[in-house]
Design a protein around this ligand. Sequence first.
Ligand code: RB5
Length: 149
Amino acid sequence: MIALGCDHGGYNLICAIKKYLDEKKIPYKEFGAFGTESVDYPVYAYTVAKAVVSGECEYGILCCGTGIGISIAANKVKGIRAAVVTNEFCAEMTRRHNHANILCMGGRITSEEDAVRYADIFLNTPEEGDRHDKRVAMITAIEEGTFEA
Ligand code: RB5
């Protein structure tokens, strides 16, 4: 299950992502927003992030104007690694190396076609272990206040 969220700036991308998920028969849950009326992106970042950390959804996709605000908000939720992606390489590497669990994109930055391509890469790329497991564990320790440099 994929959790989907956006604000008005990312609504077009979420619509394109939904079409892609429908075509691939990948189940998703929509958390809003449901139109282009101005809304506050932290609301959608929070509800999608909670759906991911609770285990209700495996991954999240969040879109705002730039992808930045909604990623900053999502990353405040413990256990979230939300990555702003603007190219194919980042879509792949943030899964392989950062074990990202939320993909963030910007409707004023990225075309619908590219967003679908990045989502496809993100959802189909596995996490790499070894040194990357260790580094992600360090991120978690920072989050939990137990990290020592
Ligand atoms: C909304 O105008 C805009 O600030 C928002 O979509 C996003 O780009 C924030 O980072």
